[in-house]
Design a protein around this ligand. Structure first.
Ligand code: NAD
Length: 484
């Protein structure tokens, strides 16, 4: 099988930039750290402004022909990349556990998700709208590629989020330069190396580096689009940078997702699901459940069932059997999550379980999954996104009241409502100021479904037809049939 040949010639222990189709050395290198062991991993590139110039030049050249290739060819190449990537699931999964910390099962699941995004995006057709079609006039809106896109991603889903930018960018005829997080550079670098087997030089490139690289890329006059996923604070800096050149931006930012639990649910069915969706990836998911509003009539039994589930989660090195929570991904984030525990302790809030970091002989960045029992609405754990394994349970009694509390935030990424009464759940859900509403589920996403945030959770949309439009110029054509 062709993909087996590809498997054999990828070296999973050397990591270089990919510029203009070539593996490219940088003058200096750095090493990221395995968060489960505190061990340094392999050398990886520290890109310079010259590398940025070279990649953008190559992308601009490649765009001239790539943008003219038939849509079906672009889709076929994405499908081929998806298949090759799937064939490398265990190699990429192992690499992901080493650099990100998540357990093997979830790491391989992320490879599947990445492959699904590469192939699944191809189920979409290019957006096209006929506004008027009369004997006098045809008015239509068509969409053309923007040019060179830059995709910047965080460290929580280094593969899936990268695939979620590569697929719509190149399917719509753009070239893309991706920049992984300095905390998790390896999988992104290797994925783009793999992509060279299927795409012409300059269409998909990767630059890795330190904290200077993102600002160099976003400020460069040679790019046409920035697709950024990361924190709200950095998103504002990206937008400021883009304002100098009016570069198009899509910002996928932080979240503080509520789950509203109604009194008619079956606790034994729902509590384990909510626990999993709050603590998966050690709480480091933009759309993880971060505030759990439980109706007062079932608060105590729900809390007790929820805490039992959380206590059963195994925390540890992602390579160990049955681990559900790996480490927090990096020291900066670990220290930030500790500020939430400090605040809980100093303000005397009730801890239902957890509350401590875990000392290990490997110096890994482990924190006990922690549940805070009914803290006040203005406490740090309710107001801010911890992005770690600490979650508050809150009590509610009236529908209007819980809606007001759930909406009382600058964030607006996702939310879920849990009830057997679907009309009621939809009524509550559709009143929430968020980009994604789930009824009796949470975390659902698809390459063909629009995703994005309201308020300070983002600007623009990824995935689905709106996501494709985000990589395109809009051109409206008025064709008069009678005046020539
Ligand atoms: P971050 O904002 O610190 O970093 C994200 C990326 O931006 C990294 O690659 C980083 O190197 C780069 N970067 C940093 N400063 C930059 C600058 N000035 N210009 C350009 N690039 C710059 O975020 P993080 O800590 O890596 O990720 C956690 C955050 O990401 C959380 O808030 C989480 O909710 C959010 N997130 C959002 C989504 C979404 O789809 N909405 C998905 C995942 C994570």
């Amino acid at each position: 099988m062709a993909t087996n040949g590809i498997v054999k010639d990828l070296d999973f222990s050397s990591f270089r930039n990919v510029i203009d189709g070539k593996l490219t050395d940088t003058k200096s290198t750095r090493r990221a750290i395995n968060p489960a062991t505190n061990e340094q991993l392999w050398p990886c590139p520290v890109s310079t402004p010259q590398d940025v110039d070279a990649a953008i030049q190559a992308a601009r050249t490649a765009f001239k022909s790539w943008s003219k290739t038939p849509l079906e060819h672009r889709k076929a190449q994405l499908m081929a990349l998806s298949a090759a990537f799937t064939a490398l699931k265990s190699e990429f999964g192992e690499l992901l556990t080493k650099e990100q910390g998540k357990a093997t099962f979830f790491a391989e699941q992320e490879v599947d998700f990445g492959a699904y995004w590469l192939a699944g995006t191809c189920a979409l057709e290019m957006p096209f709208e006929v506004v008027d079609d009369t004997p006098d006039k045809l008015v239509k809106t068509r969409y053309t590629p923007l040019g060179v896109a830059v995709g910047i991603v965080p460290w929580n889903f280094p593969i899936m989020l990268l695939c979620g930018k590569i697929a719509p960018a190149v399917m719509t005829g753009n070239c893309i330069i991706v920049k992984p997080s300095p905390f998790t550079p390896y999988c992104g670098i290797k994925l783009v190396e793999l992509a060279q087997k299927f795409f012409p030089p300059g269409v998909i490139q990767v630059l890795s580096g330190d904290d200077s690289l993102g600002p160099w890329l976003t400020a460069h006059a040679g790019i046409d689009k920035i697709s950024f996923t990361g924190s709200t604070a950095t998103g504002k800096r990206v937008m400021e940078s883009a304002s100098k050149t009016l570069t198009r931006v899509t910002l996928e930012l932080g979240g503080n997702d509520p789950a509203i639990i109604c009194s008619d649910i079956d606790i034994a069915t729902v509590a384990p699901q909510i626990a999993a969706m709050a603590f998966m990836n050690s709480g480091q998911i933009c759309i993880a459940i971060k505030r759990i509003y439980v109706h007062k009539d079932i608060y105590i039994p729900f809390r007790d069932a929820f805490v039992e589930c959380v206590k059963a989660f195994k925390v540890g090195n992602g390579f160990e059997k049955d681990v559900f929570l790996g480490p927090v991904q990096n020291k900066l984030q670990y220290d930030r999550v500790k500020t939430f525990l400090d605040d809980v302790n100093s303000s005397g809030q009730k801890i239902a379980t957890g509350g401590q970091v875990i000392d290990t002989d490997t110096s890994g960045l482990f924190i006990q999954p922690t549940v805070i029992d009914n803290p006040s609405d203005d406490s740090k754990i309710v107001v801010e996104e911890p992005f770690g394994p600490v979650v508050p349970l809150l009590q509610w009694s009236e529908e209007d009241e819980v809606l007001a509390r759930a909406n009382d935030t600058d964030m607006g990424l996702g939310a879920s409502v849990w009830s057997k009464d679907i009309d009621r759940a939809l009524r509550i859900g559709e009143s929430l100021e968020v980009g994604s509403v789930w009824i009796n589920e949470h975390l659902g996403i698809k390459p063909t479904a629009t995703f994005g945030g309201q308020k300070q959770s983002g600007i623009g949309r990824e995935w689905g037809l709106d996501g494709l439009r985000g990589y395109c110029n809009t051109q409206t054509v008025f064709l008069n049939h009678r005046r020539s």
